[in-house]
Design a protein around this ligand. Sequence first.
Ligand SMILES: C[S@@+](CC[C@H](N)C(=O)[O-])C[C@H]1O[C@@H](n2cnc3c(N)ncnc32)[C@H](O)[C@@H]1O
Length: 327
Amino acid sequence: MNIKEEMSNFKAMVNSYKLTNLIIAANNIGIFNCLTERDKNIEQIAKKLEVMSNRIEPILNGLVFYKIISKNENGYYLDEYKDVLLKGSKFNQTGYINFAQTIMKKYNNLENAIKNNELSTSNFEKLTDEQAESFVEGMQANAIPQAEYIASKYDFENHRILDIGAGAGTYLINVSKKYKSVTGTMIDLPQVSKIQNRNIEKEKLQDRLKSVSCDYNKDFPDGFYDAVFLFAVVHQEPDGNLKRLLNNIYSVLKPNGRLFLTSFFLNDDKISPEFSVQFAIEMIVSSQNGKVYTHREINDLLKDCNFSNIEIIDEIPSPATLYIAQK
Ligand SMILES: C[S@@+](CC[C@H](N)C(=O)[O-])C[C@H]1O[C@@H](n2cnc3c(N)ncnc32)[C@H](O)[C@@H]1O
């Protein structure tokens, strides 16, 4: 790299916050929802959003520059990213924007959190109902494609399933909608369990599914299960807690029962892949004890807890990796 490139690349990295803030502001003032029906010119958009047209124009043009929306002689419209921005699309990711906003606030605390782990603000400690709603919305946006992948790829006929830290309940609900013979239990913290039961009722699945409030570090449900789901949970726990959790899971699985887990895993060099490297940094602000495991570490933990036939699936629609391990 010559010095000119070096300076320009460095400034581009420093300036990356500008795009994030542009997307968040555009979403929060309602630009994306405003563009869902048909092309709109600046005056129409300004009137609908109750802002001045000269203040909204640079924002719209910036979004066009980044190809997030498009522009023609009639005005602005959703194009390239319409599936993730259209209201009502099943791939809608605007919930993820709300979630990112919560994480961004934590990132402002990165410097302090590096110096003192007690200053990390846990995603789950003292969760208010409002924070739980926003967090679950973000989880849901992330989970839908993966849940559909898992429901379509694996056989869960006649399964009894335990979904630990089930978030919005996306995985168990999707699998139960595909397999009418599935029954199951979700466990989560009280504020989130409440949302899960609401989602179960919304899908009219309360005769087959339920959610129970349970802190998996303090308590664990009884029963025998054909499959246990542990999606996006392992990184929340340090080795000791995770080992106890995996042992508990092993004990409630029926013989040959399968554990399905996902997380973002690091390669042994710990500097790849990109998402996991970034996630390890995020964990500094959002968790006092959590950890991003390497593939070797999670493999070793599963084997220590007597799991066998460990499969690693990277093709799920996410930067996460799916592990399947059998009792
Ligand atoms: C990152 S979210 C994953 C949600 C869901 N499995 C998914 O992938 O969409 C982690 C979940 O674990 C739950 N959780 C965190 N600590 C927990 C604990 N000690 N006991 C039970 N659930 C917990 C959170 O409330 C949240 O729903």
